[in-house]
Design a protein around this ligand. Structure first.
Ligand code: GDP
Length: 316
């Protein structure tokens, strides 16, 4: 009952992003034909363009990793854009996959779609059992719709569409914007700049007390390929390490990764967001998959990549 990717035409939607680029690296080890149209070849916001592209290129499997993403501030400020653009991408790709008989599709959800006050660690069953965190409610609503689209096309039409629910991610090709990025890349770029400029202190947003779980993106890509091959069902499977750290100790880890020697200053005028977010990964563990990369190793690999791409990123 496993799904074989060998010889298949596999589309990674969003192949330039954090998750998509990691999927492309991971899929190079599978004997499949990768399809990676860029923005000039395919506008994912256009239903007609997506329909036409799928009809022409006939992907057999799709990893739907394309999304408008951002950290707590971007999510909170660009609320309409996060809801509208993500809904459009999901509706266009998932419906066209159904209409053109795509064999299997994996949709990337997100752990922020669980209720703000969900019992920790968060099990898959917590979905839609309570109100969402306000700062990223529009993004979460769009991602919930994507998960439900996969579930409903499975129920009504028997489509083999599945979802994965990754925890907070970090790794190469992340968005390193100091204001709009998620906490790992935002802090990495801020500490790096402070080191270069010799600044005495670096601001860390919020109180430092919230707890988060962090997964190296190459582990997520490996889990997605594992699920694509080995899982078929309606439940959006959590993907994480099952372990969390405080933002304060995470910031300390990034400080030592970057070699910055100044002070950390917590700026409580920025929001903390959810106080704790860690996934229950027992379902995925039972299926036979576990995260491999230690947090400090993953941060060191990410920092290497960041330093090697620093000039290019600054020029964008
Ligand atoms: P979240 O997990 O959806 O809340 O997303 P983020 O990755 O944006 O934020 C995680 C936590 O890190 C929050 O408590 C933020 O307040 C905190 N944080 C500390 N410094 C930063 C920063 O420079 N950027 C971001 N995005 N978050 C930060």
């Amino acid at each position: 009952m496993s799904y074989d990717l060998a010889g298949k035409r596999v589309w990674v939607a969003g192949h330039r992003g954090l998750v998509g680029s990691s999927l492309v690296r991971r899929l190079a080890a599978e004997d499949c034909i990768l399809l990676t149209p860029d923005r000039t070849q395919l506008d994912l916001q256009s239903s007609a363009a997506v329909e036409q592209w799928i009809a022409e290129h006939k992907p057999q499997a799709i990893f739907l990793a394309a999304a408008k993403v951002g950290g707590i501030l971007a999510n909170n400020l660009q609320r309409a854009d996060f809801l509208y653009q993500n809904l459009r991408i999901e509706l266009n790709v998932i419906h066209a996959a159904f209409a053109h008989g795509v064999e299997k599709l994996l949709f990337l959800g997100s752990s922020c779609i669980y209720p703000r006050d969900a019992t920790q660690p968060i099990a898959e069953e917590a979905l839609l059992t309570g109100p969402l965190e306000q700062t990223n409610e529009p993004y979460a609503l769009a991602k919930i719709a994507g998960v439900k689209l996969c579930e409903c096309y499975r129920q009504q039409y028997g489509c083999d569409f599945i979802s994965a629910m990754p925890t907070n991610l970090y790794g190469p090709n992340d968005n390193f914007h100091p204001k709009h990025a998620h906490v790992p890349a935002a802090l990495m770029s801020r500490f790096h700049d402070a080191k270069i400029k010799g600044l005495p202190e670096v601001a860390v947003w919020g109180t430092g007390t919230p707890r988060r779980e962090f997964l190296f993106v190459d582990d997520l890509a490996d889990a997605c390929v594992f699920l694509m091959k080995n899982y078929s069902g309606p439940i959006a499977t959590n993907v994480g390490t099952g372990e969390d750290v405080t933002i304060r100790s995470f910031a300390e880890m990034i400080r030592s990764t970057t070699g910055y020697e100044g002070e950390l200053v917590f700026d409580a005028s920025y929001p903390d967001g959810t106080l704790r977010k860690v996934l229950d990964v027992s379902r995925l563990t039972k299926l036979g998959w576990k995260a491999k990369t230690d947090l400090r190793d993953g941060l060191a690999r990410t920092y290497d990549w960041y330093c090697n791409n620093y000039e290019r990123l600054r020029a964008v």
